[in-house]
Design a protein around this ligand. Sequence first.
Ligand SMILES: [Zn+2]
Length: 242
Amino acid sequence: MLSVRRVLRADNGGEAHAAFTDRLGGFSAGRYDSFNLGSHVDDTPSAVSTNRAELSHALGLPASGLVFMDQVHGADVAVVTEPGGESPSVDAIVTTRRGIGLVVLVADCTPVLLADAAAGVIAAAHAGRPGMLAGVIPNVLGAMRAAGARSIDAIIGPSICPRHYEVPPEMREQAAAVEPVSASVSATGTPAIDVAAGVAEQLARDGVRIDWQNGCTYERADLYSYRRDGVTGRFGGVLWIP
Ligand SMILES: [Zn+2]
């Protein structure tokens, strides 16, 4: 269920807790086997709800304490003040409230958890190729600073590596024009994009400290990969202020 757990502690006693899930130990069957958190991928709704409830419980959050996004591969950011309710149609969410678990769901895209534990400002961002190029990372950093963040830590979760993310030549050209570091080469020498490298570059440019988790979704059987499997589930990153 959980592949990574981290606690960010600030000198003033502030904390932010982070976790990344995997696909093991859940209630989904078939191509979604088994800890699928995505409600938009045609999995059985009751299985997804049970998996989400299990996640809240495992993290010590209230049953309705998780906030999901209706991710649209854009660059918009929403500030969240209450758990529950409609999932905002954005690719990054920010909160300063305790006990709200911000969730980003992925199956190859780059999940990013961001925190200024001292200021009590946290965010979760979904950066696929379009979002990274559209600026979801600078946008979410701007929203965090507007909410009082000053010194930001980022945890970049597992995502597809460039060896397994072949793209048409013109798509690599488009990426290179925005973030040159993201232009890469696949395992067979064809054009590829390193989305996570573009994300890391954008974070580093803004002075953010980076903890980059190892792991390519395409290569790890314990994670979901859209490029590998097509119809599949989603794993997630969760961040909260306890
Ligand atoms: Zn790979």
